[in-house]
Write a protein that binds this ligand. Sequence first.
Ligand code: 0L1
Ligand code: MG
Length: 262
Amino acid sequence: MKLDKATIAALAEHLENAELQARDVTKITDEHPHMDWDDAYAIQDEIRRRKESRGHRIVGLKAGLTSFAKMKQMGVENPVFGFVADYMDRPDGGDIRTSELIHPKVEAEICVVTKADLSGPGCHLGKVMAAVDFVLPAVEIIDSRYRDFKFDLKSVIADNTSASRFVIGGRSRDLQDLDLRTLGVVLEKNGEVVSMAAGAAVLGHPLAAVAMLANHLGARGQVLPAGSFIMTGGVTEAISVAAGDSVSVRFQDLGTVSMRFV
Ligand code: 0L1
Ligand code: MG
């Protein structure tokens, strides 16, 4: 690690304040060009600790930048991992207040809840398939705290991978009743189709993102526990939204997830 504890704490406070005050900032690697991957995740961990110390619960884990569309959109080659907290959860069909956000974007995500621990290294698709309890559709609302979404991978990891809101909807299904690779997703904004994709857009198979998450945690001496809610990453590219927009995402075999931005 290149940053000391005090700098990690100060950067976590800086980024979390930007989130909570809906205020954009410049990417932190401008000031700290030598920070490494461990520093980036240590800042994210400190943001998580700050939220938990105020009584919030971490209700899920997320993989980000897992689709070829998003990697291309962001000019990066590797996925990133973050978390979602209780206050980020919004009901299906509900309103999302844009005054609490900076420049939100939506992305359609195939999610799972696990029924067995997963540990890395060496976690693979087969182990994940055996550990999935059920599959759920969701929309993630990302909101990078960085001005104009201009960041590099380390900055975005420190910023909890732009996590801000999420909406679970549709219906849960057993994994054996679905083919996640060919599962089609249609994203509509204000009644117009703006993006379409199939599950294979996420790393060839959305559950590959769960295996990568388990291996990422394993490298840090952690296990992905049974009962985890995991967002596998946007199937489509992220679509900008503003107050007045309605978003509806149809997931083949999993139903629809909708929300309105107010
Ligand atoms: O969930 C995501 O794919 C977000 C990853 C962070 C990069 C971004 O803000 O698009
Ligand atoms: Mg996402």
